[in-house]
Design a protein around this ligand. Structure first.
Ligand SMILES: [Mg+2]
Length: 395
């Protein structure tokens, strides 16, 4: 037991405008919201964490509003007087108090590990096994649905050395049109970039039978979660049938999910996400189990802003074998951010920032400007050439 104690905890909803419309199979979004979590120790340190969802509860059932409610009502009362180094003890108390709610628990754990790092004056990656890499190749989501716009957007990203891996968000168009669109983008980027596709559970096995061979032929290298999350048997058949890599995302939340995916060989690789798995330590455990059972791992995201992305990068830094890289590109989607130093992308890779804790520092002015519980004024937006929202002004 350490001599440190947690003396305060706070959760704040922050609304951030996006640079462009982001489409998922279930919806299109022009803004995102995160919950900022702040834990204070009696020694004067502050740990910060972020909870986020992919613009709503459609993915995992938790919403930004429910996350704040759960934290304030059930998790916050467990914290005052706790030893910030008693990570397992805190998790036991959180799990005893409420089932599931992985996103809420993950944000609290992120702030806890940041606090530990700050007290010890070490980066969080040193708490998670040590640094094996200093940067991460990341994919950029192509999500407008118009292949010409998407090709132009991809080429601009390649030329600016930001991203040379692209993930087509699919499922919001008719599958025939959608697959044609994906193949067109993949052919145009052939030899310049790696192209992947994510239908977010929107296909059935019959669709896979004609869609995947077409996409394979067009040069698409990986398909993420084509089938419903519960359909592991179907996913095992699809994985065995095609040489294209199949990745499980929605199918994986708990370690038990991972055991089943591994036993059935229901994927070639799994998308690790700190939010869906209840924190950095749980996700690190899942990475170890996946790798030891012969599955590859991938550093997934819920498009966190620079705060959550910095924490995700602390975990990614400990993973030396990421054959498909990751997708920590959320900071490039938001038009405003809440950290002083935004995430840095150089030579097509996200860079690990030096620093203690999760190596992110809050921009207090931005927090005040964008917190939902304060009257912040309306922002105006203009439309850019990719249909993005390019300018945001506070009035
Ligand atoms: Mg996905």
């Amino acid at each position: 037991m350490s001599e440190h104690r947690i003396v305060g905890a706070e959760s704040i909803i922050i609304d951030l405008p996006l640079r462009r419309i982001q489409r998922f199979a279930a919806l299109g979004a022009d803004r995102t919201a995160v919950v900022l979590i702040r834990l204070k120790s009696d020694s004067g340190y502050e740990g910060i964490g972020e909870c986020c969802t992919p613009s709503g509860p459609w993915w995992g059932g938790e919403s930004i509003e429910s996350i704040k409610l759960i934290i304030d009502t059930y998790l916050k009362p467990l914290l005052p007087g706790s030893d910030p180094f008693d990570t397992i003890g805190l998790f036991r108390r959180m799990d005893r108090k409420l089932f599931g709610n992985m996103f809420a628990k993950a944000g609290v754990e992120m702030a806890l590990l940041d606090l530990q790092g700050k007290i010890l004056q070490i980066p969080v990656h040193d708490l998670l096994g040590g640094r094996q890499r200093s940067s991460l190749p990341c994919s950029w989501p192509l999500a407008s649905g118009d292949p010409e716009v998407e090709i132009e957007e991809a080429i601009e990203n390649i030329e600016r050395k930001k991203f040379n891996i692209f993930k087509l968000k699919m499922g919001f168009l008719d599958p025939v049109i959608d697959v044609d669109r994906a193949c067109k983008v993949a052919r145009a980027l052939d030899g310049k970039a790696s192209v992947r596709a994510d239908p977010n559970e929107s296909w059935d096995e019959t669709t896979c039978k004609w869609a995947i061979p077409k996409m394979e032929q067009a040069g698409i290298s990986m398909v993420e979660q084509p089938l419903k999350r519960w359909n592991l048997e179907g996913s095992a058949r699809v994985t065995a049938r095609y040489s294209i890599a199949i990745m499980a995302d929605e199918s994986l939340s708990t370690l038990q999910d991972l055991f089943r995916i591994s036993r059935l060989r229901a994927a070639d690789l799994v998308s690790l996400k700190v939010m869906k798995s209840g924190g950095l330590i749980n996700t690190r455990r899942q990475a170890d189990v996946a790798i030891e059972s012969g599955l590859s791992v991938y550093m997934g995201t819920f498009l966190e802003c620079s705060l959550g992305t910095a924490a995700n990068m602390q975990l990614a830094a400990t993973l030396d074998d990421l054959p498909y890289g990751g997708e920590l590109s959320g900071p490039c989607l938001v038009a405003e951010d809440i950290t002083i130093r935004p995430a840095r992308y150089e030579n097509h890779e996200l860079q690990l920032e030096p620093g203690i804790g999760i190596a992110a520092e809050l921009d207090h002015e931005k927090v005040e400007a964008f917190r939902r519980d304060r009257t912040y004024s309306q922002h105006t937006v203009t439309t850019g050439k990719f249909g993005q929202k390019t300018a945001v002004e506070l009035s």
